[in-house]
Design a protein around this ligand. Structure first.
Ligand code: FE
Ligand code: CA
Length: 535
């Protein structure tokens, strides 16, 4: 790559960027209490080596722009990232060509110490449905050139959308061969549905990766320093970096970004109460710091606003949910339990009332052909009765623990005639393809939506783990059209006005990063006909 940073006009950059810069730093000051002098550190250079060790990323594409992300960390395995406790300025450029010769936007953004020297640039004013390239400069070093794209304007005709979705990438369970193969795909978008990190400590031999890492990763993530270290470790992976570099991502979290199976303010294990809320806030902040999220998601108080929608012309609208932060405590207890009366209490919620109202309004207001609900845990019912002498028992952490909340959404989808609703899901480290019904216990109940549950990128590794346990349950659950519990990979989707196509892309192993991928099974959903058909 040529060094074209001499094309950065400092005067123009500071003019153009002034508003942006003040907006950004205003937001930072309000949320984190940073005292900043805009421009004060404008050319301060990070010392001690190449600062872009965690790569670059883009996300939350809109018709006129996107978020650009990086984090300065010359020493990512150190809790400081290798930088002193001060703010740095980072130059950025957006061009229409990969050689970065035709720069159309540029500026200087802040890498605040209070946000672990992460950079979030919200670029606007670009052309819709257009490919762009970007890079950063700090300390005389240039980042890799990233590639991204804007979306078509809402309502504009779009004949095809290609995207992949992924979840559950436990670093110490294996390599990211799935991301290496995803990087070979021709995609408009990647959607991450949670378990981007896991909170567990990692031994000094790096788990199944069997590579030496420092003792600083041995403890469970409890505080901000430790969550940052975990994100940095994950993000040093070159295959994950490459998938971020090549495609815009839309991300949402599940439980392990904080703690296994937490439910709103209700922790699974200690610490509980206020100490859990502090832990959760630290986890949320580290998540924000390491992903290409807009300023609207900046942590505020003890929370962080993550639910939002992304629209691709007249073809697809994605409603991206947060089913963790506002969830009721588990109404019938944790793990596998029979249903109890509290699960049917109208006050029991997965999304919180505000997000639920927002979702139903989004669906009502959408004019898109396909209406995608991108979320964490399985919506389709999975009755475990085969192991409980014919009595209904459900996994309580999924929507099965919150059946009234699920029924409210599916009833709305059905009664309002929402066009082509498709739910995409992570969490289970397994693949399920489900017909979603208002009453799963009634085989004659109409199918009102389609669900694809994608397997994990690496979590559970190469072992035969879930097939033997969940496989025998499937005959008791005839709305489940497909199940696989033992493969790793991602899900590729191609969407046109007439048809939705899903390919399960499975890697042969996560014991090395260069494993091959194959399409294990394929499905289509025809326009106007809920429910997937295997092809
Ligand atoms: Fe997971
Ligand atoms: Ca999970």
């Amino acid at each position: 790559m040529q060094d074209h940073h001499d094309q950065l006009d400092p005067a123009q950059a500071s003019n153009l960027d002034r508003r942006r810069f003040l907006q950004l730093t205003g937001g930072v000051s309000a949320a984190i209490g940073l005292a900043l002098l805009p421009g004060e550190s404008a050319r301060a250079a990070p010392r001690g080596g190449y600062p872009f060790t965690l790569g670059v990323a883009s996300g939350d594409p809109a018709p006129d722009g996107f978020v650009l992300w990086t984090r300065l960390a010359p020493d990512p395995m150190d809790h400081t990232g290798g930088l002193p406790s001060k703010d740095f300025a980072v130059d950025w450029q957006v061009a229409t060509d990969e050689a970065m010769t035709n720069v159309v936007r540029s500026g200087t953004a802040l890498a605040p110490d209070a946000l672990a020297h992460s950079v979030h640039v919200e670029v606007a004013g670009l052309d819709p449905r257009h490919e762009y390239f970007y890079r950063f400069r700090a300390g005389g070093e240039l980042s890799p050139v990233g590639r991204t794209m804007t979306t078509p304007p809402p309502g504009a005709p779009l004949d095809e959308l290609r995207f992949a979705f992924a979840s559950c990438q436990k670093w110490d369970d294996g390599y990211y061969s799935a991301y290496r193969r995803m990087a070979d795909e021709d995609l408009d978008l990647v959607i991450h549905l949670g378990d981007y990190i896991y909170e567990y400590g990692i031994g000094t031999t790096g788990g199944f990766r069997n590579v030496p890492i420092g003792e600083q990763f041995a403890s469970e993530t409890i505080n901000l320093t430790r969550y940052r270290l975990q994100h940095a470790l994950y993000r040093t992976d070159p295959d994950l970096q490459e998938a971020h570099r090549l495609f815009p991502w839309v991300v949402t979290w599940d439980d392990h970004e904080v703690e296994n199976d937490y439910s709103g303010t209700d922790a699974e294990g200690p610490p509980y109460g206020n100490r859990f809320l502090k832990r959760r806030a630290a986890a949320y902040q580290a998540y924000y710091e390491h992903l290409p999220l807009r300023q609207s998601a900046m942590p505020s108080g003890m929370g962080m606003l993550l639910y939002r929608s992304i629209t691709y012309g007249d073809l697809a609208e994605f409603s991206v949910l947060d089913t963790r932060q506002y969830r009721s405590g588990p109404p019938c207890g944790r793990g596998e339990q029979p249903r109890c009366p509290a699960a049917l209490d109208p006050a029991t919620t997965m999304t919180g009332p505000d997000q639920e109202r927002w979702l139903l309004d989004e669906l009502d207001g959408s004019t898109a052909r396909w209406n995608v609900i991108a979320q964490q845990v399985m919506m389709g019912q999975l009755d475990h009765r085969i192991y409980y002498e014919g009595n209904e028992v459900f996994w309580q952490d999924a929507w099965d623990g919150f059946p009234a909340a699920r029924a409210r959404i599916l009833q709305h989808v059905a009664s309002r005639g929402i066009e082509n609703p498709v739910v995409i899901t992570g969490d289970w480290h397994s693949t399920f393809v489900n017909d979603l019904k208002i009453d799963f216990d009634d085989p004659d109940s109409a199918t009102v939506a389609t669900e694809f549950v994608g397997t994990s990128i690496s979590s559970n590794g190469d072992g035969i783990v879930y097939g033997p346990y969940y496989g025998p349950m499937i005959p008791d659950n005839p709305h489940i059209k497909f199940f696989d519990g033992d493969r790793r990979g991602y899900v590729r989707c191609r969407v046109t006005p007439e048809q939705w196509e899903t390919d399960l892309r499975m890697v042969s192993t996560v014991s090395r990063s260069d494993a091959p991928v194959e399409t294990f099974a394929s499905f289509v959903v025809e326009n106007g006909v809920p429910g997937a058909q295997q092809v």
